[in-house]
Design a protein around this ligand. Structure first.
Ligand SMILES: C[S@@+](CC[C@H](N)C(=O)[O-])C[C@H]1O[C@@H](n2cnc3c(N)ncnc32)[C@H](O)[C@@H]1O
Length: 201
């Protein structure tokens, strides 16, 4: 009971033992993490394309998560694990510098002014992801919302250990990037802002 109370009042993750990629997959293949997998087509597509790499995905909406599970279940290989839970918790308890790539595709835009504080890609969260990236690893982020892209650029400024992989902080096209449902829905209308931030070695 004491233990439960400890974890039920916010924070307190520091007492959890750290998780290693091999705890999920039983091997040490390159480790990729997608946050907010939606219907799972991105993670399933990448997992199929790269059978020698592992893919861990998080989704908080059960109905959508179930679709992703169905899709991933059709793959022949077993390099995907999907978790119906807030990614923040699991990412926090991952050991440091164990992730090769993070993907955050079209995070909820929260367009209303009073909701903007709910946006995921705040400096603190990006800093958390950075601490889990291997040196040389990448954080991919994509949004169709110009003002969210602007906010991400601002939020990246205090983070000296990340540098863009492009000539500019973000680009409007990324060759070979698998289109997601939200990409198809909004790319034509709003354009897309892609970030690939690399952790300095
Ligand atoms: C706008 S949708 C985009 C889905 C998909 N990435 C795509 O591009 O089609 C954002 C998704 O992120 C999920 N999400 C938001 N915050 C999350 C979190 N902290 N952990 C896991 N999933 C999250 C939402 O439930 C939603 O399905």
């Amino acid at each position: 009971m004491e233990r439960f109370q400890k974890y039920s009042h916010g924070g307190g993750f520091e007492d959890y033992e750290r998780l290693k990629p091999s705890d999920f997959f039983g091997n040490d293949a390159p480790f990729n993490v997608e946050i907010g997998i939606g219907n799972g087509e991105f993670i399933a597509g990448y997992a199929e394309k790269n059978p020698d790499q592992n893919y861990l995905g998080f989704e908080v909406m059960k109905r959508i998560f179930n679709r992703a599970v169905k899709r991933a279940g059709k793959l022949e290989q077993s390099n995907v694990r999907l978790i119906h839970f807030d990614a923040t918790f699991f990412v926090t308890i991952l050991e440091d510098e164990c992730v090769d790539n993070f993907y955050v595709n079209f995070p909820d835009p929260w367009p209303k002014k009073r909701h903007k504080k709910r946006r995921l890609l705040k400096t603190e969260f990006i800093e958390l992801l950075t601490s889990k990236l291997k040196p040389g690893g990448s954080l991919y982020m994509a949004t169709d919302q110009a003002d969210y892209a602007q906010e991400i650029m601002e939020n990246l400024k205090p983070l000296d250990s990340l540098e863009t992989a492009f000539d500019t902080v973000c680009v409007n096209e990324l060759v070979d990037y698998l289109p997601t449902k939200y990409y198809r829905k909004f790319a034509d209308e709003n354009g897309v802002f892609f970030f690939r931030m690399v952790k300095k070695g």
